[in-house]
Design a protein around this ligand. Sequence first.
Ligand code: PGA
Length: 255
Amino acid sequence: MNKKIIIGNWKMNPNSVLEAEKLFKSIKKLTVKGVDAVICAPSPFLSNLKKIGVTTNLALGAQNVHFEKEGAYTGEVSATMLNSFKINYSIVGHSERRAMGESNDDIAKKVLALTKNKIIPIICIGEKDRDHSGFYLHTIKAQIVSALSLIPKTIFKSVIIAYEPVWAIGANAERPATPAECHEMVIFIRKCISDISNTQTAHAVRVIYGGSANVEDAGLFLNDGMADGFLLGRASLNAKSFGEIIKIASINISK
Ligand code: PGA
């Protein structure tokens, strides 16, 4: 069984560094041994949050990265910069960024830049729609194969795959996925990874779920959905909910 990981994607929240520090401090108190927690905060807050202190149970992550090392890329942040103040994780390929034009090729280059800088990529994949013909499975496979195409197979096991069906994300979500749909996709994702590496690697990769996950359904996603954790948007902006989900994951591991 893989170690559970609960990742918060704060997106463009909260409004001020003071609020961010307060939220991070509250979350820090609720982390537990045996479950990895990560907060992916807006870049301007990372330095202050780092000063509050990361622990073996709580790490910091970025929400995006540029694949180039340096240069004329206004508004961008490089993996080298993140590495320089020891940020351990970064989200790549979030659907909200894909919607702004990020391609599978860009994501592959970002994964390469991150791993070269010893930062763990949290690779978001997910279909926009679920068609009855099952074409969405081709979309998922193409996203996985492309994201892992530039890094050596020996480091596949260190990446995190976040399955986030686009139709289940955010306040305008159609509905959350069901734990059964999640389970089916966890199996399919591992099969795709196995096809380009081996079974052992495919099982070692942490596959997590994201999309309207909350305190009420977290246990079901971990048990029946076979998720190794969550990428949480809204639920990560409330320390109590985030802490509750960490607790559920810790109960889940001691079963
Ligand atoms: P949500 O966001 O939990 O608010 O649906 C998830 C995400 O976008 O990563």
